[in-house]
Write a protein that binds this ligand. Structure first.
Ligand SMILES: C[S@@+](CC[C@H](N)C(=O)[O-])C[C@H]1O[C@@H](n2cnc3c(N)ncnc32)[C@H](O)[C@@H]1O
Length: 217
């Protein structure tokens, strides 16, 4: 995909999602895509390899949750895989401190190499398994905890609170929308409260997504 098409698709995708990003975000995401596809030719990081699909399903889906993430000082992305949603969010929000955790060493190696190549400051890739014991796992707590395609909602709400700082929040990126009643009931099981929930569609395929934010009671 040439530069102009990338920038045009990014702009139209962001507009459809109702988010705005700085002018330097496009070139950095293009660089991230180049690194991802280069690495992916050698090590299997993601099954999504067509550039337009990478842009929509990895980059734009990550940027779609900017409204939920903006304002936090620190973000912890558990089960980040090749860096989603944490890396695009970091690119869009340069002041955000981001830790990305995965159990697969080659994915963490990619996160570190891509961050260095893009000159991102305040990003940490951590090779660890999150099992609910942040101290022994060496995983730092954050104001905001996020994950995409990591666990189903009940398991996520059981695991996540251990990694949240006092007063922090848990973000769930969901492929399958839940009703307000379902979200409230899942939250109550874990002494959490639903702060917000919103559905959105990916801009090119129309695929449905939902993002919900929870706080400790
Ligand atoms: C389906 S992938 C999703 C990756 C990325 N979040 C995305 O949306 O593209 C799930 C990732 O979670 C990682 N993972 C699974 N269990 C984990 C655990 N307990 N702690 C940390 N990472 C884990 C896997 O290695 C895998 O990379």
């Amino acid at each position: 995909m040439d530069n102009t098409r990338f920038v045009d698709l990014l702009a139209s995708g962001c507009q459809a999602l109702g988010v705005s990003v700085g002018e330097d975000v496009g070139p950095r995401l293009q660089r991230l895509m180049a690194e991802l596809l280069k690495w992916n030719a050698k090590v299997n990081l993601t099954a999504i390899t067509a550039p337009e699909e990478v842009l929509e399903k990895h980059f734009l889906d990550s940027l779609a949750v900017l409204p939920e993430v903006t304002g936090a000082a620190s973000l912890l992305d558990l089960g980040a895989g090749a860096g989603f949603p944490g890396l695009p969010l970091k690119i869009a929000l340069p002041a955000l401190g981001v830790t990305l955790v995965d159990t697969v060493g080659k994915k963490v190696a990619f996160i570190k190499a891509a961050s260095a190549s893009l000159g991102l400051q305040g990003v940490r890739g951590l090779h660890a398994r999150a099992e609910g014991q942040p101290e022994t796992e060496g995983i730092p707590r954050a104001q905001l905890l996020i994950a995409r395609a990591f666990m189903d909602l009940p398991d996520w709400l059981a695991l996540a609170p251990a990694y949240v700082e006092q007063g922090g929040r848990v973000v769930a990126m969901l492929g399958k929308s839940q009703t307000d009643a379902e979200l409230a009931s899942r939250a109550a099981e874990r002494q959490l409260r639903v702060i917000s929930a919103r559905a959105y569609r990916l801009p090119f395929s129309g695929a449905e997504r939902q993002v919900a934010v929870f706080a400790k009671e």
